[in-house]
Every structure is written in structure tokens, then in C-alpha cells.
Write a protein that binds this ligand. Structure first.
Ligand SMILES: Cc1cc2nc3c(=O)[nH]c(=O)nc-3n(C[C@H](O)[C@H](O)[C@H](O)COP(=O)(O)O)c2cc1C
Length: 182
């Protein structure tokens, strides 16, 4: 089973990237892959640019990474209560090539923030957008106070209540993938 786990953030030390990967690693049978949004550096989307450029190769490369996965773990960083500009820009470009960018894959949506809000606002936005993205949502987990609950040395959540939430959500994703394959 191949899981593509990544952050909807272009921060090189993204806390959401750490959360997505550490959650994927809770599934010992899974082959975990990741990607960095920074590798899909695109001009700001506009219809005129699309007419001039067509669909950039990075967009096709991103969609191929999604296509090759059995399931997705996407952790959304919150910027001003919503998606990061980097993710929204990639989403807009990718949706022109493939309207449902997550291609009806089972998907677990996460969101982490350093503060007490737990990036709940962007997580809600992602849940609302899931049908547009073509994500078969299997669960969501918001992680507040990230630096207090996450141990960077071992790359694991050390707060037991949050750890259990993530473990249960990861197992649910795995079950959905297995059911879909059966
Ligand atoms: C432009 C900007 C806006 C932000 N807005 C929010 C916000 O609305 N809510 C929040 O909890 N944190 C906000 N933050 C803090 C981010 O949650 C924090 O930078 C976090 O590390 C982003 O996740 P990442 O490390 O995965 O990129 C903001 C940060 C930036 C740079």
C-alpha cells in the first residue's frame, strides 16, 4: 500500500510536513512517499497565463504523484484562516488539468499550528473543498500547540491523547484503502 503524505505548505521545515510523515509512519505496512510543494514552483495562476503557458510540466508531475498513490495524508498549514498561497496556487493550476486533483483517493486531512487554534479554520476549508478536490475523506485531525505535543528528535507526537487520535485516523485510512482494493 502506497501512501503519499505531504504538507499543503512550502515551508522548508513545515510542521505540517512533519505531522503528515509521522502519521503515515504509524502504518507499518505502508510504503510512505512524500513531496515538497516548493518543487512545484509555479507562477501565480491566471487564465491568461494558462493560455500562454498551457499546463506546466510540474502540474502533470504533481498529478502523477497523486495518481500513483493508494491513499493520501495531507496536512494543511493555516495562513490567515485559510490555505497557504502555495497550495491554493498549485490546486488552481492542477484543477485545470484534472478537476478532481486528489483523483478520488481515500484521504486523511490533518492540520497543525503552533498556537491553540490547531489550524481548525483551514481544516474546515479543506473539508468543505474535499468534494471539489475529489478526496474520499476518511477522517480529520487538528493538532494544536504543535511544539508542545511533538518530539522533533524522534519525529513523533508525544502527547498520548493526540497520538491515539492520529493512530486511529491512520488505521481508518488504511481500512478504507483495503476495502477499496478488495
Ligand atoms: C502569513 C501567515 C499567516 C498565518 N496565519 C495563521 C492563522 O491564521 N492561524 C494559525 O494558527 N497560524 C497562522 N500562522 C502561523 C502558522 O500556523 C505557522 O507558521 C505554521 O508553522 C505553518 O505551518 P507550516 O510550518 O506547516 O508551514 C500564519 C503564518 C503566516 C506566515
Amino acid at each position: 500500500m502506497k501512501i503519499l503524505a505531504f504538507a499543503a505548505s512550502n515551508h522548508p521545515q513545515s510542521i505540517n510536513q512533519q505531522l503528515a510523515l509521522s502519521t503515515a509512519r504509524l502504518l507499518p505496512q505502508a510504503k510512505v512517499e512524500t513531496l515538497q510543494l516548493d518543487d512545484y514552483d509555479l507562477p501565480v495562476y491566471s487564465e491568461l497565463r494558462e493560455q500562454a503557458l498551457g499546463v506546466p510540466a510540474q502540474v502533470s508531475a504533481f498529478l502523477q504523484r497523486v495518481a500513483a498513490a493508494d491513499g493520501l495524508i495531507v496536512a494543511f498549514a493555516e495562513h490567515n484562516g485559510s490555505f497557504t498561497a502555495a497550495f491554493k496556487n498549485l490546486y488552481d493550476w492542477a484543477s485545470r488539468a484534472q478537476r478532481h486533483i486528489f483523483q478520488h483517493k481515500p484521504a486523511l486531512f490533518l492540520a497543525a499550528a503552533p498556537g491553540p487554534g490547531g489550524a481548525k479554520s483551514v481544516l474546515q476549508a479543506a473539508v468543505s473543498a474535499a468534494p471539489y478536490m475529489g478526496a474520499r475523506l476518511t477522517g480529520t485531525v487538528s493538532v494544536a500547540n504543535f511544539h508542545q505535543v511533538f518530539d522533533p528528535q524522534v519525529q513523533l507526537v508525544k502527547d498520548s491523547a493526540v497520538f491515539i487520535q492520529l493512530q486511529q485516523a491512520a488505521l481508518k485510512l488504511q481500512q478504507h484503502i483495503q476495502q477499496q482494493a478488495a
